[in-house]
Unconditional design. Sequence first.
Length: 117
Amino acid sequence: QVQLVESGGGLVQAGGSLRLFCAASGRTFSSYDMGWFRQAPGKEREFVAHIRWSGGSASYADSVKGRFTISRDNAIQTVYLQMNSLKPEDTAVYYCAGRVAGVYNYWGQGTQVTVTS
């Protein structure tokens, strides 16, 4: 079992940066692939980024590629999402999630990111 808590969200102007944190508890964190998702008002939750358990491989949604970077530190059980060149359309609640056997089973409560123009 893994418990996930996101933080680092806030209000930022377009073109600015934020760094999101996902703190995990549980002894098996290092064995989970991790992802970031987001949900904007009135829209479905969408994939943002994913990183393998080892941290050696990452993938991104086209909408954030080149602007966002996912990383992890298994020693302190934390996953990061560095968000640069933010746009108003990045406004959403951001969630981190843990994946086991190809399924995202574990979710945090989310952190709000608001980008103003």
